[in-house]
Design a protein. Structure first.
Length: 67
C-alpha cells in the first residue's frame, strides 16, 4: 500500500488540516483520511490540488513502502 506523507509535510510547514481545507476546497474528511493513511482511494483532482498548493511532486506526497 502507498504511504502518504501529508502528516509530515503539514508538520514541517506548521499547517493544520482545517487551514489546508479552506485554502484548497478539499473536504476535511478526505484530508483526515490522507493524513492518517486510512484512505483507500483518492481522486486525481485532490492529488493535483494538494501538489500544487504544497508545491511538492506526487513522489514527495506518496511513496511505495520499502518491503
Amino acid at each position: 500500500m502507498l504511504r502518504c506523507h501529508l502528516s509530515r509535510i503539514l508538520g514541517e510547514r506548521k499547517l493544520k488540516i482545517t487551514e489546508l481545507s479552506r485554502a484548497t476546497g478539499i473536504n476535511q474528511n478526505t484530508l483526515y483520511r490522507l493524513y492518517n493513511e486510512t484512505a483507500t482511494r483518492v481522486d486525481l483532482g485532490v492529488i493535483y490540488t494538494l501538489c500544487r498548493y504544497l508545491d511538492v511532486e506526487v513522489g514527495e506526497l506518496f511513496k511505495l513502502p520499502d518491503e
